[in-house]
Design a protein around this ligand. Structure first.
Ligand code: FAD
Length: 373
């Protein structure tokens, strides 16, 4: 039976820990902060393939969405899982790139389920609270989309893996990976602890390059960041039933009495890089867009305001699988990590157990991030 170390207990590390433990492997998962508390917590966490620009990337995300349905079916209770479908509409502000209708046509042609309606019908049958500019505004329903409570998924997966008796969760910082004879042997923690392992998976999210650097194999480029202003509101009741991809703002429930909002237009104005506090002007602008979309939110209380930053391979594919230079070292580093986490967990477990490479990993090799471009 193999012993696998995982660096990071975000959504990817936690889903992987569950898969590995379920298939009989011993797992040491090391997390330096709150499990699920970093990117996974700030995420909009929508399961979607709408934003993928190529068929290969679309298929990967679509497969990730389908995997979530299958994944949820194996549990008696699925408190993280909210298969609400989503509603999307555009307005004149979206000038650049293909039109909204063209994007939906392309999704249709790729086999994504879509269904057109109009604002008046949406108000009558689905979302009475949305203020559309015109009752004839075309609105598309993506019935297979969903949102996921990321931190809840993490805690449930760590709990389920723990219940097998094969997971040990460590609260600590990995600061070294021991390699002997070209093979991974142990994780070293900052507090001096040494954990013997047969394999290590770098699932450290934004910390991925720093963890890879411990082996002298940090990416030489090709890593991107994308920031998003995310505001959580406390609401009276639950005014949003679907994930809303509105022309001005996106909104979804964030659990009973809570709504999370963000906006593409606002995010386009955020400075590049990680960190930075949002200024009051931009916060006010996002709130106004959210109020214009859902006037009922004007009476909500602002609970949490933050800029979440995703770090991921710039070509949009995950860095997933083994790195050829170091035997026993694997990466699980992705954009759309909420959508992909159960798929990554299942297929990486298969690879570690059997050496089989999933056909959809064709563009995902960690080696490509080590090739100077
Ligand atoms: C605002 C925003 C919106 C998003 N919207 C979506 C969306 O709608 N749909 C979607 O699918 N994805 C979305 N994403 C992306 C998605 O949230 C991420 O891809 C996903 O959460 C990444 O999970 P992770 O487990 O890789 O990383 P993280 O959640 O960041 O977890 C990595 C963990 O590793 C730990 N760690 C790092 N280094 C070390 C170390 N040396 N030792 C120990 N622990 C360490 C960290 O503390 C952290 O907890 C969004 C992201 C953001 C920021």
């Amino acid at each position: 039976m193999k012993t696998v170390g995982i660096v990071g207990a975000g959504v990817i590390g936690a889903c992987l820990a569950f898969s590995l433990a379920q298939r009989g492997m011993r797992v040491h998962c090391v997390e330096r902060a709150e499990p699920g508390g970093l990117t996974t917590d700030a995420s909009f966490a929508r399961l979607s393939a709408v934003q993928q620009p190529t068929y290969a990337r679309f298929e990967l995300s679509h497969t990730g969405m389908i995997e979530h349905f299958r994944f949820a079916e194996q549990f008696y209770s699925t408190p993280w899982w909210h298969p609400t479908g989503s509603l999307a509409w555009a307005d004149d502000e979206d000038g650049a790139g293909p039109s909204f209708a063209d994007v939906v046509r392309r999704l249709d042609s790729w086999g994504y389920r879509t269904s057109w309606s109009d604002a008046a019908r949406v108000n009558r049958d689905r979302e009475p609270g949305i203020a559309f500019e015109d009752p004839r505004t075309p609105v598309v329903l993506f019935p297979d989309e969903a949102w996921v409570d990321g931190p809840r998924l993490v805690s449930e997966m760590l709990g389920a893996a723990g219940a097998t008796g094969r997971l040990k969760l460590w609260n600590g910082t990995v600061d070294g990976i021991e390699v002997h004879g070209g093979e991974v042997r142990a994780l070293r923690l900052e507090d001096g602890e040494r954990i013997e392992v047969d394999a290590v998976v770098n699932a450290a999210g934004p910390g991925m390059p720093a963890v890879a650097a411990m082996l002298g194999t940090a990416p030489v480029g090709g890593v991107a960041t994308r920031s998003s202003l995310v505001i959580d509101l406390i609401t009276d009741g639950d005014p949003v039933r679907h994930v809303l991809r509105g022309a001005q703002a996106h909104a979804r429930s964030a659990g009973p009495g809570r709504v999370r909002v963000r906006s593409d237009q606002i995010d386009a104005r955020l400075p590049a890089g990680i960190g930075s506090d949002p200024d009051d002007g931009i916060v006010k602008d996002l709130l106004e867009r959210a109020y214009r979309t859902l006037p009922v939110l004007e009476s909500a209380t602002v609970d949490r305001v933050r800029i979440g930053t995703a770090v991921f391979p710039a070509d949009g594919f995950p860095s997933l699988g083994p790195l050829s230079a170091v035997s026993g070292y694997y990466e699980a580093f992705a954009n759309s990590g909420i959508t992909l986490a159960p798929f990554i967990g299942r297929t990486l477990t298969t690879h570690i157990a059997t050496g089989e490479v999933h056909p959809m990993w064709a563009h995902c090799s960690p080696d490509r991030l080590r090739t100077a471009r």
